[in-house]
Structure formats: C-alpha cells, structure tokens
Design a protein around this ligand. Sequence first.
Ligand code: PLP
Length: 361
Amino acid sequence: MSEPASDLRPATITVTAGRPAHEPDAPLNPPITMASTYVATGDLEYGRYGNPTWSAFEEVLGTLEGGRALAFASGMAAATTVLDLVGQGGGVVAPRHSYSGTVMALADLESRERLHGTLVDIADTDAVVAAMRADEDCALLWIESPTNPALEIADIPALAQAAHELGIRVVVDNTFATPLLQQPLALGADIVVHSATKYLAGHSDVQLGALVTADDEVHAALKGRRDLVGAVPGPFETWLALRGLRTLHVRLDRAQANAAELARRLADHPAIEEVRYPGFGAIVAAVLGGGAPAADLLAHDVRLWVHATSLGGVESTLERRRRWKAEAATIPEGLVRMSVGIEDVEDLWADLSRALSSARP
Ligand SMILES: *Cc1c(COP(=O)(O)O)cnc(C)c1O
C-alpha cells in the first residue's frame, strides 16, 4: 500500500488512501482478492482472518476516523461485536432513539440475561450521566448522534469525559454524520460504529459495516471477535464500498446542500407540523400534521422519491418510520424520514410538494 500522510485533508484521503504503491504496471485500484485461503506462513493464512480488499477499505476509513478500522458483514454485525465486549451482567446506557436494530439487539441480550440496557434521551447530558452513575455495572455508553430518526444531537465530548471518569467505555454510531462531518475518536470516543451500507458505500447496493478504534487492545479484542464469530464481509462487497467511499465528500456536499434547502422549504409547507434537521448531514425528518394517514399518502404519491427504508444512497428515499413495529413509540406516527440524495433539488421539491398537496390535514 502507498503511505498516505495523515495530515492530508479528508477529501484527499478518501481519494488517495488504500491504493497500491505507484509502481510501473501497478493497478491504480486495489484488486478484488477472492480468496478463502493463502499460501501458509504469511500474515493472512485464512479468508476469515484477513483480506487485502478489506485492508484497503479499512485503511481509508481508519485514516478518515483517526484510528484503525475493521470491516464487518453489516452494520449490525459491527454493532453486536461491540456489545459482545460487555461482560456477563454488564450495563449499557443507550439512546432511546437509537437505530431500531440496536435497541432490538439490546432487548434480545437483556431477555437472555446477558446484559442490561438503560435507554435515555441522549441529548440530555445530565440524564445520561445520571443513568451511568445509577448503574454500578455500567460498562458501555452507546451514543448515536444524530439519532435515527429523531435527529437528536449528543454532546459527545462531555458524555465521553463523564463516562471515562466512571470507567465506562464509549462507542459512537457515526453512520449519519460520517467521518467527514464528525470524528468521534477525536471527541473522546473509544470505538466508532458504521453501517457502511449507508453513506460510506453510498449507492444502495451493498451491505457492510465497520468499527474503528485508536486503542490497540480494543482493536485486538474486536478483531478476535470478528475472527471467531465470522461476520466477515465478502471481498466484492468491500470493493464496492471502497469504490463508493472514493466519492463520499462530493456526494455528501451535494446531498447536504439539497437537504438544507428542502428542510427550509418544508418548514413553510402547510402539511408539515415540524421539520427536524440538525443543520448538517442529509437526513431530514418531517412530521406531517395529518399523522400516519397523511404520511402514508405521501409515501404512496411520490414518483421521483422512492418509498424505501435505508438511507445514504445517491437517490432520495423516504418512509414513515412508525410503519416498523420496532420503531420507538416516542417517534410521532406521522414522522417521515427523508434521505436526501444528489438529484437536482428543484426536481426533488417539485415531486415532494406535489405529493404533499394531497397530504394536507
Ligand atoms: C442501518 C443502520 C445500522 C445497521 O446497519 P446494517 O448495515 O443495516 O446492518 C446501524 N446504525 C444506524 C444508524 C443505521 O442507520
């Protein structure tokens, strides 16, 4: 691999890191290494332990986040690997509006008495600190910021400091912000979780996850779990994610500009009761005054926007989140989560405002 200097700016890192050395006839891109095993006595040995295509992806993401990355088969494979590090009977404090899969994973582990979870309002720093203090077995603070889909913002530096004073490890799900908008390790977190399925890969065609840490011991523990549990990504999926990652900064710039503009316009729309947009990123949540029926009508009536779950692709998608049984009951029935893509904003607005006109309360 060529050695990217870490003083390069993020846009340069996304393009240049994780490439083969500049030598005659070397390919510019790391090849897809399809291998379940390697000739013995090297560093890799077997397909579940390592893969050069993973390493290229991990080098780019790790450099962007300021740590060492590990690729996983999905965001949930990465997330549950972090939960695996919590000892038997340990406590986890997590946002009540975490990604629903995270809340389900915690509930599942709790129902089997593996650990116990306390769900908090992650934007209320005092309440989060009180929850950590109240549980003497608390081992992990799970932060997601912005949260999915409520878009609440956590005070990561304050929470990380308070957690560390109590000997509690801190993990941040950075899927919504990406390392271009927020670098949790620099803010005091120990581990970063990504659903690379979303912005990092960015084209709605691959499932992938990742963990990043700057702590060698934590890295070894996480790698050990990956080796044993085997939730490893396919080389082709990882290569696709790396290809997507190369344009993250350009995609995010456009998507963010579109999202900010749509959030402004939606705030003035008579069908909309509340717009949630944290001021950065490309996810907008709009609460429709007409509740679930109006939100379902909107999802049905859009043509350019796609009615679909997931987020972070080049194409704009939306869905009413409470259509999922696992979504928190504190999320309004009429909340529509919009993942704003990189299309022309005028076409997005025309489609949205046309579909919204039938959704007025
Ligand atoms: C999608 C998502 C996940 C889960 O990732 P998968 O790749 O679907 O397993 C975790 N956290 C957040 C914030 C997500 O949006």
